[in-house]
Design a protein around this ligand. Structure first.
Ligand code: N01
Length: 542
């Protein structure tokens, strides 16, 4: 791309371009346009709002944050008028919510749909970003804000033979709008992360046969989803301030605190009872049973043992149960899934499990999937629940070029480097909502998104009020933050899941760097506020 002004003819000039119309992009547009009075153009690849939830419409797609917490908290009237129906919001309900938000704040008029950004280039002479879409549109903006999500770049594994498969295949993160009819079909599902664990029981309801291909066995906790009672809905509406305060004070942005007790403080019987109560209650709160589950391997082992034992209690076939429980990483070092009937699904006659650790996939044949033991599993449909090129993927799939022609791909060749997950040295006025180095995926995302969007909005307001043309971090501040992100991860057991997407290990050739900030949302929020209060310490303004 050439940002020369001669090329700018026909370009639309705005104060800010925001990429993406999910939770982050919608709120960023609202803040910049309706609070600061800026002209804003949102560019969105899909033909509707929703971001991650627009693309992830696979069977069983549901959020694992509880619905009363998986919402914007910036507007009390919005909180009061919206009503969630279930304990965890399903994909369709989240889409209804985000469409409601878009209408309520009249956001659509500044969103261009079907406009996938191909690249953006910074022109130092004019201090402007030149942003181009794949459709050839050109926008010029002072501020460029990526709101592209962390889990939006689908990771379709490059398994030999896929192109010769006679059936149909789908990635869960690029699910067809019209849905997929599994009735009577032989379905193979590859992947047993949060997505596969949600999808399998639903696919099994209509499929002729479902074969689950498991490479890494996974813990899962029952969601215990249910319709919300009128009492709960009334309580949540009457206590929005308290809920907001709790989410902002908590480590993960959820409306509950981690118990301040060690797993070693209690007797084995008490511990079992605590785990049993958390299992019966369901959901991510299980992880909050003790403060040291993510820092002390022996403490973690107690939770891991409890969870493995539950698999044996649910799954009737002992061989299948053993393969499902053969988990090789500490509990919650990969994002812990929560499920509705996942392990129970293996008690159905039409569901079987293939252990890829014992016999990996050799290739895809025209008829199905061939494993190394010579077994060919005949299939009509393959579902890849194989995750994402997380956090960096959505950013690096665009060509972003900063000062002196340095590309983001080059700047991040050894792994992502940001200051606070918000900015990259050499890329002035580029802000990355929930970028690598921010708590993002380790938290309840809307909480993290609101904090980022508000920080960026305040920062831009500060620049404009003081006539400051641009902001970017110093290389030293950025390196210091990268080291801090590493230290925060290494203080936990999180890096022990060597094959997790937190580390980029699921994408061949991706640098192994622990990407999200594991220091906790409350601490992170305080750090960001402190940096701003000290005149944007660590940033160059001017
Ligand atoms: O992806 P994953 P996901 N051959 O990367 C396997 C969020 N989310 O889409 O572990 C065979 O976790 C891979 O195996 P392994 C949530 O943050 C939230 O499930 O690499 N298998 C793994 O089993 C979550 O963590 C919600 O050995 C292959 C699976 O595919 C994140 O999204 C719902 C393979 C991928 O698991 C990602 O979850 C859903 C291959 N070549 C997702 N390649 C909720 O809010 C990969 N795998 C509820």
């Amino acid at each position: 791309m050439t940002p020369a002004t001669s090329q700018s003819r026909g370009a639309k000039t705005v104060d800010a371009v925001v990429i993406g119309a999910g939770f982050a992009g919608l709120y960023q547009l609202h803040c910049l346009r309706d609070r600061l009075g800026l002209s804003v153009q949102v560019l969105e690849a899909g033909d509707g709002v929703g971001g991650t939830w627009y693309w992830n419409r696979y069977p069983g797609a549901r959020c694992d944050s509880e619905s009363h917490s998986y919402a914007f908290y910036f507007d009390e009237a919005l909180l009061q008028e919206w009503e969630w129906s279930e304990r965890y919001p399903g994909q369709a309900e989240i889409m209804r919510y985000l469409n409601h938000v878009a209408d309520r704040f009249d956001l659509r008029r500044d969103i261009r749909f079907n406009a996938r950004v191909a690249g953006a280039e910074y022109d130092a002479a004019s201090n402007r970003w030149h942003v181009r879409t794949e459709g050839g549109e050109h926008y010029v903006a002072t501020y460029l804000i990526t709101a592209v999500g962390c889990l939006s770049a689908a990771n379709v594994p490059d398994i030999p033979g896929r192109e010769n498969f006679d059936g149909r295949w789908f990635h869960t993160g690029q699910w067809p709008q019209e849905g997929v009819d599994f009735t009577g079909k032989r379905v193979g599902m590859v992947g047993t992360g949060s997505t596969g664990i949600q999808a399998a029981p639903v696919i099994a309801e209509t499929a002729g046969h479902l074969t689950v291909f498991q490479r890494t066995a996974n813990y899962s906790i029952p969601a215990r989803n249910a319709k919300l009672t009128e009492e709960f809905k009334a309580w949540a509406k009457a206590n929005t301030g308290e809920i907001r305060g709790l989410m902002q004070a908590s480590t993960n942005g959820h409306p509950f605190l981690i118990q301040d007790r060690s797993a070693h403080d209690v007797s084995p019987e008490e511990r079992e009872a605590i785990y049993q109560a958390a299992w019966d209650h369901g959901g991510l709160k299980f992880r909050a049973s003790f403060r040291d589950l993510l820092t002390d391997k022996a403490a973690n082992d107690t939770a891991a043992e409890f969870l493995r034992a539950q698999i044996g209690k649910v799954v009737k076939d002992p061989k299948t149960a053993a393969v499902l429980a053969n988990i090789d990483h500490p509990f919650a070092t990969k994002r812990p899934p929560i499920d509705t009937g996942y392990f129970e699904a293996f008690n159905r006659d039409n569901v079987s499990l293939v252990d890829l650790r014992a016999s990996p996939i050799e290739r895809i044949t025209p008829n199905g999937i061939l494993t190394r033991d010579g077994a060919e599993h005949p299939l009509d449909i393959i579902v890849f629940a194989t995750g994402f090129d997380a956090m960096t993927g959505p950013l690096l799939r665009m060509d972003i070029t900063g000062r002196d022609g340095v590309t983001l791909q080059h700047a991040w060749r050894e792994g992502p480097k940001t200051y606070l997950g918000l900015q990259v040295s050499g890329f002035p006025n580029l802000f990355t909502v929930t970028g690598p180095g921010s708590p993002s995926v380790l938290t309840n995302m809307p909480v993290c998104i609101e904090q980022h969007v508000e920080w960026i909005t305040d920062c831009i307001a500060h620049l404009r009020a003081n006539g400051i043309p641009c902001i970017e971090p110093t290389p030293e501040a950025m390196e210091g933050w990268v080291a801090h992100v590493n230290d925060a991860a290494n203080a936990t057991l999180l890096p022990q899941a060597g094959h997790s997407w937190y580390l980029g290990a699921n994408v061949p050739g991706k640098p192994r760097v622990f990407m999200p900030y594991a220091g906790g949302m409350a601490r992170y929020r305080a750090t960001c506020a402190d940096v701003a209060a000290r005149g944007y310490d660590g940033f160059v303004l001017g």
